[in-house]
Design a protein around this ligand. Structure first.
Ligand code: FAD
Ligand code: UDP
Length: 369
């Protein structure tokens, strides 16, 4: 095995690494503990032939042309711009907050040029730490307390099961505020869904004569049996080190799928429920995938502590532990025998494109050594 590269995990970080290594002539073993590839981006056709995302809704979006070009070698696209509505005060309004959200919710009729002053006034009337220290401060510094309480406070408590003051301000940076009528969730240049699904796309990434894939195989059970030339690790950061610096927290989800005998059920692919019910959001996949059918599938997301690690948790305590683990990672990476990359391995709230970019860059640096 000394002349072989091992990639732990067949998600997007692992598949990107495996492909680039194989294309440069390396022999690559990909080890995946689940019974399928594509990691959390995994999708499948259900018993009615409807394409569903097993780990929740995934929309590809990026401003990085080199990432878009790379994945486009393995898929064509269903071009789709994601839109989300939020159920607030008994109304469905656009989210992220834009001019129409404010007009509908407050029964006013302000123009785009007036939105900035409206929000400034909302912020002026609110108490918060400035500069912002945490998630709550960051949102209030942008939209004020009234809008924070309607759209963010309770969603965040449901999602993370903690006081929003305990979460990093960086989580809030994921959500923009717009003064115009743009109601898209993302404003990246390239957006869409792989035409035949993420699993198919990853399958094609791994289809290479120098890539050998083993599923249902946990790295921790076999790692002492061989020494690889390079190990690319994409699993949980703390698990690699036997949790020696302490356990990192992950957040999981119960996803409940429901099939309805209807052509379309919702007014948008995703509806967020910040204040009502126990779920955070409901997705209707066919609005995203563009699939035609007399049936439709909904997915309700119920956050929970234990289970498959869907999210890292950006609290101060976790981020401090992360720093310590990353010092160990740095040492291992310096040896040239290890690379840690991806959402779990770097303990970073990465989107898919960021994972792919990180993997592309780390592998190409290793190849240049
Ligand atoms: P993963 O997909 O987690 O892959 C890691 C793989 O490693 C897994 O398959 C795991 O089983 C395997 N593994 C771990 N440990 C071991 C081991 N010891 N041995 C063998 N195998 C192991 N991103 C977007 O860009 N757009 C979206 O709309 C979007 N929506 C999301 C919605 C939800 C609900 C969630 C949870 C995430 C969403 N994401 C989205 C983020 C996206 O899922 C991740 O950025 C991306 O899938 C991470 O890829 P990865 O390869 O780093 O990790
Ligand atoms: N968020 C919120 N209200 C919403 C949507 C998001 O308060 O209606 C907050 C919440 O804390 C969430 C974070 O913003 O966890 C990031 O949202 P995003 O939609 O990016 O979450 P993801 O798609 O990663 O689950």
């Amino acid at each position: 095995m000394k002349d072989v590269c091992v990639v732990v995990g067949a998600g997007l970080a692992g598949a990107t690494a495996a492909r680039i290594l194989a294309e440069s002539g390396e022999r690559v073993f990909v080890i995946e503990r689940l019974n399928h590839i594509a990691g959390h981006a995994y999708d499948e056709f259900d018993e009615n032939g409807m394409l569903i995302h097993k780990y929740g809704p995934h929309i590809f979006h990026t401003n990085e042309k080199k990432v878009f070009d790379f994945v486009s070698k393995f898929t064509s696209w269903h071009y789709y711009q994601h839109r989300v509505l939020s159920y607030v005060d008994g109304m469905l309004v656009p989210f992220p907050i834009n001019r129409d959200t404010i007009n509908s919710l407050f029964g006013v009729n302000i123009s785009t040029s007036e939105v900035e002053d409206f929000l400034k006034e909302e912020v002026k009337n609110s108490n918060f730490n400035n500069p912002p220290k945490n998630f709550e401060d960051m949102v209030i510094s942008q939209v004020g307390r009234r809008l924070y309480e309607k759209f963010f406070k309770n969603y965040t408590i449901k999602q993370w099961s903690r006081d929003p003051k305990e979460l990093s301000a960086d989580v809030a940076k994921r959500i923009p505020t717009r003064s115009n009528r743009d109601d898209r969730y993302f404003s990246d240049k390239y957006q869409g869904l792989p035409k035949f699904g993420y699993t198919k796309m990853v399958e094609r990434m791994l289809e290479h004569p120098k890539i050998f894939l083993v599923t249902n195989c946990d790295y921790s059970e076999i790692k002492d049996e061989f020494k690889a030339k390079l190990t690319v690790y994409t699993g949980e950061l703390d698990k690699f080190f036997g949790e020696s610096i302490g356990k990192l927290e992950y957040r999981s989800l119960d996803l409940i799928f429901e099939t309805l005998e209807e052509k379309q059920h919702q007014q948008a692919a995703v509806i967020n429920y910040p204040n009502d019910y126990d779920w955070t959001r409901i997705t209707e996949f066919k609005i995203m995938t563009g699939q035609k059918s007399d049936k439709t599938v909904l997915c309700y997301e119920y956050p929970k502590d234990e289970g498959e690690p869907y999210y890292i948790v950006m609290s101060e305590e976790n981020m401090q532990k992360r720093e310590k683990y990353m010092k160990e990672v740095e040492k291992l990476e310096k040896s040239g025998e290890y690379i840690f990359v991806g959402r779990l391995a770097e303990y970073k709230y990465y989107n898919m494109d960021q994972v792919i970019l990180a993997s592309m860059e780390k592998i190409s640096n290793w190849l240049k050594r």
